[in-house]
Design a protein around this ligand. Sequence first.
Ligand code: HEC
Ligand SMILES: [Cu+2]
Length: 350
Amino acid sequence: MNTARKPFRPHASLLRVAAVVASLLSPCIASADPSPVTSIFKPLSAPAEMVYETSLLALLVCAGIFLVVGGLLAYAVIKFRAKPGDDQREPPQIYGSNQLELAWTVIPILIVFVLTLVTARTIADVQNAKLPDGALQVRVVGHQWWWEIIYPEHGVVTANELHIPVSSREQRRPTALKLESADVAHSFWVPQLAGKTDLIPNHANKMWVEPYATGTYLGNCAEFCGNQHAQMRIRVVVESPEDFAKWIADQKRPVVMDPVVRAGHDLFMRTACVNCHRVAGTVAVGVFGPDLTRLMTRATIAAGAAPNKTEHLRAWVRDPQTIKPGCLMPNMQLTAVEVDQIVSYLQTLK
Ligand code: HEC
Ligand SMILES: [Cu+2]
């Protein structure tokens, strides 16, 4: 839809026709869709729009085929149904028709050919898009079952909630994502922002997003990656450039220890927590689990498995297995008092 971005797209007019027809049908599409926030039918980012146009073309072609085949079938069923007084014997059987066989071979081949070309073209457009200099660079590392999010230019590390600036057609601010995996294959999919791209061990993939509206976008790992795969959610928080700059600045502030929670701090620092979690500026330098430096700036814990509220944090630290069975953080066997102390400390990490 953004023509400035794609100067030469001979198939664009085909896609535009599809988009116009689809806009006439869109009330039907929208009402058939139960989850608007993860809908591919409401793209709000450049690559998602391109994927959407192509999928509409495919849907419309299929709808046309359905109407022709279904219509002919209905016509035959009604027109040639048995009527009272008909001769009940089997009618003469006709075998082979070169014209018919040619038609139903050649027409589908042409349709598949057109769809293949349009799809290949869209894939190339998305993959080869030139991002403006200064596009935000983010590394996303898939873990069983959470997302590590790294802003190399800013020295910021967080988890499960990706903050990025909003783009406008006048002032483009796309984000380039470098996708890696720490263990098995995962797939990054936020339907309103872009098509899905896999995270493969030992092989970095890349993709980009360019959202045109602020807000929170939801997604989920889209490659089965183990028993908590369904609870490997990703939230993308798209902010105005000012809010995004403020968020980055907040993430970079040095951590100050609140003396009120010293007991929890000390307990955390002498427990195995520090082997798996990092809190910037402390002895906790583990990288197996999410970075906890700014834990309280996140809306959820454990990749969307629970809201980041006191009760859920307590339940998590007491025994994460009750919230996310099979997850790779063990029950740390803490007493109720210890859990409270540690949670009070965690809640100062903001
Ligand atoms: C063996 C490694 C390991 C140890 C030890 C460990 N954790 Fe974890 N922790 C993890 C992993 C892995 C996750 C991510 C689980 C998931 O989302 O599937 C996690 C998640 C968390 C989260 C949620 C973070 C977020 O943003 O989603 C908190 C809070 C947390 N751990 C606190 C602790 C505390 C406190 C201790 C010590 C009492 C501790 N952990 C010990 C591995 C560990
Ligand atoms: Cu996954």
